[in-house]
Design a protein around this ligand. Structure first.
Ligand SMILES: Cc1cc2nc3c(=O)[nH]c(=O)nc-3n(C[C@H](O)[C@H](O)[C@H](O)COP(=O)(O)OP(=O)(O)OC[C@H]3O[C@@H](n4cnc5c(N)ncnc54)[C@H](O)[C@@H]3O)c2cc1C
Length: 460
């Protein structure tokens, strides 16, 4: 009993074992710190259990369904019969289970102390878990996010979020998806491939509204072609549900009927009742406000991941976790601005982007100081082989570096690696134009766009 009451002390105490928290833990032990990692659910958090990994597994099953449907075009005799959701879920859950085992093993092997239970910040140096107080010379908050809804829109029954959508054991006949952002368009893509009659309702004027206008136009055209319906520019008013389905009403009185309503209107920070305000942290609509070095301004308390305003992405969480561990170690890591974080939306066709859109670049630098080049993937051999289409758009500061790369096309997400190096290393199109891109790859299209922007197009 006496031992139970003893506080445990760590150099770094981390609240939340998702992408941000566990990356901070791993980098911290590498730097020689003792680490306590508090997790109330499963290590790996949203990304591994309810986010990136399960959705991408579903999207891969969807790609296989599409391949079966279009096999004949490529000279292969196959037929698309049906979707066995139990088998899809088994495939998805096996991936998660494997990665979960791997992560648990990694964390254990590094000597990180995992503290199971729900933690609450009780001072700038202490967190209480299951009635026991743990002390950290430094504290990193990484409690993540949850699926938000709208005021008055209750989740339950036929009104679901991505959490329930990921565990459905049947394929609905029809669905309305509220929200045309990343999660909304990804589920629309999966369900359309599975044979669901999908309608997206987005209050803003377009799908994926944060992307470049050329990408938006291309995606909307592709979705229309795929038979994915969408209503944009009119806000959701209400939903009624009964035994057979839901009726969704928009602000202009228009209604949509479907078997399910998926609410995909964004993610809220998990920060309520965790002692953050009491400890003196600055909060804004539930988010933890930090300086650019992720310090909260209170003691040695830092925050990372989805609770910090900005892009809610797993790799941002990883990077912020690593950043804070290095900051605590005095290594003065370099800040990566949110705009230069690579983003991929894994719908079909995929969207990948980094840096400023044309509109944002013109807003920032003035229209005369921005040069833009679009390269149509119709000219790219590998894209044609894959039966896809799309474009790459490069934005450069006039006679200066490339400040934005925006891409859409089947499998184009894999090209984000070079795009993010280009933007973050401030490459000039002239630098790139002299380098080689292997043929035939989709990667060549990045080279082609750069060559065109440098004034010496090859196939453009
Ligand atoms: C459907 C969906 C698809 C997504 N797809 C992608 C994608 O393809 N690519 C991408 O980059 N991002 C994607 N994301 C976003 C990504 O999952 C998040 O940005 C990422 O998980 C955030 O990491 P985090 O560490 O901040 O929070 P989380 O991963 O949410 O982890 C927070 C952890 O803290 C724990 N916790 C919370 N409160 C407490 C407490 N009081 N005590 C103890 N533990 C606590 C939770 O149990 C959780 O494990 C997706 C998200 C969703 C929902």
């Amino acid at each position: 009993m006496a031992e139970e009451a003893t506080a445990q002390e760590f150099d770094i105490l981390i609240l939340g074992g998702g992408s941000g928290g566990y990356a901070a833990a791993l980098r911290s032990v590498e730097l020689g710190f003792s680490v306590g990692l508090i997790e109330k659910g499963k290590l790996g958090g949203t990304c591994l259990h309810n986010g990136c990994i399960p959705t991408k597994a579903l999207l891969h099953s969807a790609e296989i369904a599409e391949n079966a449907k279009t096999a004949e075009k490529y000279g292969i005799k196959a037929t698309f019969d049906s979707v066995d959701m139990n088998a899809v879920n088994t495939y998805k859950d096996n991936i998660i289970a494997g990665k979960f085992r791997g992560l648990q093993g990694l964390i254990k092997s590094k000597g990180i102390t995992v503290i199971e239970g729900e933690g609450r910040l009780t001072s700038e140096k202490t967190i209480e878990v299951n009635g026991r107080t743990y002390t950290g010379s430094n504290i990193i908050l990484a409690t993540g996010s949850y699926s938000r809804s709208l005021p008055g829109l209750e989740i339950g029954g036929r009104v679901i979020t991505s959490d329930q959508a990921l565990t459905l054991d049947y394929v609905p006949k029809s669905a309305v998806i509220l929200g045309g952002g990343v999660i909304g368009v990804e589920f629309a893509s999966v369900w359309n491939s599975f044979g669901v009659d999908v309608t997206i309702v987005e209050g803003l004027p377009s799908l994926v509204p944060n992307e470049d206008a050329a990408i938006i136009k291309n995606l909307e055209r592709a979705y229309k072609k795929r038979g994915i319906k969408f209503s944009t520019g009119i806000f959701f008013e209400k939903v009624e549900q009964n035994d057979d389905g839901v009726v969704v009403t928009l602000a202009d009185g228009k209604t949509f009927e479907a078997e399910l309503l998926l609410v995909a209107v964004g993610r809220g920070p998990v920060t309520a009742n965790l002692g953050y305000e009491e400890a003196g942290l600055t909060m804004d609509r539930g988010f933890v406000i930090t300086n650019e070095r992720l310090h909260t301004g209170v003691g040695n308390v830092y925050a990372v991941g989805d609770i910090v305003p900005g892009l809610q992405l797993a790799h941002r969480g990883f990077q912020q976790g690593i950043f804070v561990a290095e900051e605590i170690a005095g290594l003065k890591p370099v800040v990566v601005e949110d705009v230069n974080i690579p983003k991929v939306t894994y719908c079909e066709p995929e969207i990948a982007s980094v840096g400023l859109t044309e509109a944002k670049a013109k807003e920032k630098l003035g229209a005369d100081n921005v040069q833009v080049q679009e390269y149509n993937l119709a000219g790219n051999g590998k894209t044609s082989i894959l039966g896809s289409s799309g474009l790459i758009k490069m934005v450069r500061e006039k006679d200066g570096p490339i400040i934005g790369v925006h891409m859409i096309g089947g499998r184009i997400g894999e090209q984000i690696g070079e795009a993010q190096l280009i933007v973050n290393w401030e490459a000039y199109p002239e630098d790139l134009a002299g380098l080689l891109h292997a043929h035939p790859t989709q990667n060549e299209a990045i080279g082609e766009a750069a060559m065109a922007l440098a004034g010496k197009p090859l196939h453009g």
